[in-house]
Design a protein. Structure first.
Length: 174
């Protein structure tokens, strides 16, 4: 009897399920929408909405709670700084679930989970040109140092075969 048992098992252990949900929720935060099977989508909606509600306050303690669940600093920052302010006036219903169709291989029902507000996918930030120039200068310096090191290694490697040859001759003479 399943009395007061909440949630879906999805044929996984507790740790596997937790890792699956963590990955799906991180992908949702980064990309803005994801497509997955219907049971997985239904399972992550409630957890994600609770995380968004936590992110709306944005206190240090709430950030730590979010980080404990998500384990990715950039996901936590995006959730608190970009996504949560969009839902400041809303008290729930942050996500939308749309049934897309069935997967071709096994006929599993596929659903798209997205935010009700327009959330753009996360873009990688461009590096500043100054850092690139500094790296180029250090590469030139290190290239000269590498040449010097290689010359020293070549000289040492030339000496090593002579020592080995001397040892072989000493063994043969005995």
């Amino acid at each position: 009897m399943r009395k007061q048992v909440f949630g879906r098992q999805l044929n996984r252990t507790k740790n596997q399920r937790q890792a699956l949900f963590r990955g799906l929720i991180n992908a949702l935060i980064v990309k803005g929408e994801i497509e997955t099977t219907l049971p997985k989508a239904k399972s992550i909606i409630s957890q994600t909405e609770k995380l968004i509600t936590k992110a709306k306050s944005g206190t240090l303690n709430d950030r730590r709670i979010l980080f404990r669940f998500l384990n990715k600093r950039n996901s936590v920052n995006r959730l608190v700084e970009e996504i949560a302010p969009l839902f400041k006036e809303r008290n729930g219903g942050y996500l939308r679930l749309v049934r897309v169709g069935q997967r071709k291989g096994d006929q599993a029902e596929i659903a798209r989970v997205s935010f009700t507000e327009n959330v753009e996918p996360m873009v990688k930030r461009q590096k500043q040109e100054t850092k690139v120039l500094e790296k180029a200068e250090t590469k030139e310096k290190t290239a000269e140092e590498i040449k010097e090191i290689k010359e020293v290694e070549v000289q040492e490697s030339n000496e090593k075969p002579r020592k080995k040859a001397q040892k072989k001759e000493a063994r043969e003479n005995k």
